[in-house]
Design a binder for this molecule. Structure first.
Ligand code: FES
Length: 167
């Protein structure tokens, strides 16, 4: 995403809505394009969408908060995703998620994270044969040794996941 000034973003938003003719059934597509502009859905942009599309703000917020693909918080610089799908879960993904929460000082699925890192869960990354898996800034880590603490910590270190100051 390119850096966009507030006035340029507002003009782009108006263009997006104009392109869709303020049709209420186009709300998801409009929100998707607004997120492309800002990197997330800021409150002022949601208010503008509601005004331009003549929709209740509650409906716009409802749709934006219902779908996982929409972010209501600015994206953090670094992101980690832990797979909690069945194959990963039976190989210790829940413990792995807890360990990542502790290392990063974040709560799972809190989009704001610690301001620098955020941790989210995903349901399956299609790498079930290599479970458990984690994605760190777009890099897939596979077969993480959940039961071998030191080895796990080394692999998380190598992936650039910071340790908390007291560890
Ligand atoms: S369940 Fe984790 S990759 Fe499929």
């Amino acid at each position: 995403m390119s850096v966009t000034t507030a006035s340029a973003a507002a003009a782009s938003l108006a263009q997006v809505v104009r392109r869709h003719g303020a049709r209420s059934d186009a709300l998801i597509e409009v929100l998707h394009q607004v997120q492309e502009i800002h990197g997330y859905l800021p409150p002022e942009a949601l208010r503008e969408v509601a005004t331009l599309m003549r929709l209740p703000l509650s409906r716009v917020y409802g749709v934006a908060s219902f779908y996982h693909l929409f972010r209501l918080e600015p994206p953090t610089d670094h992101r980690c995703a832990v797979c909690l799908g069945t194959a990963c879960f039976v190989r210790g993904a829940a413990q792995l998620a807890q360990r990542l929460e502790t290392r990063l000082g974040v709560d799972l699925d809190d989009a704001a994270g610690n301001g620098t890192w955020a941790l989210q869960h995903v349901s399956c990354l299609g790498a079930c044969g290599q479970a458990p898996v984690v994605v760190v800034d777009g890099v897939l880590l596979t077969k993480l040794p959940v039961d071998r603490r030191e080895e796990l910590e080394s692999q998380l270190d190598a992936a650039g996941i910071p340790r908390p100051p007291t560890v």
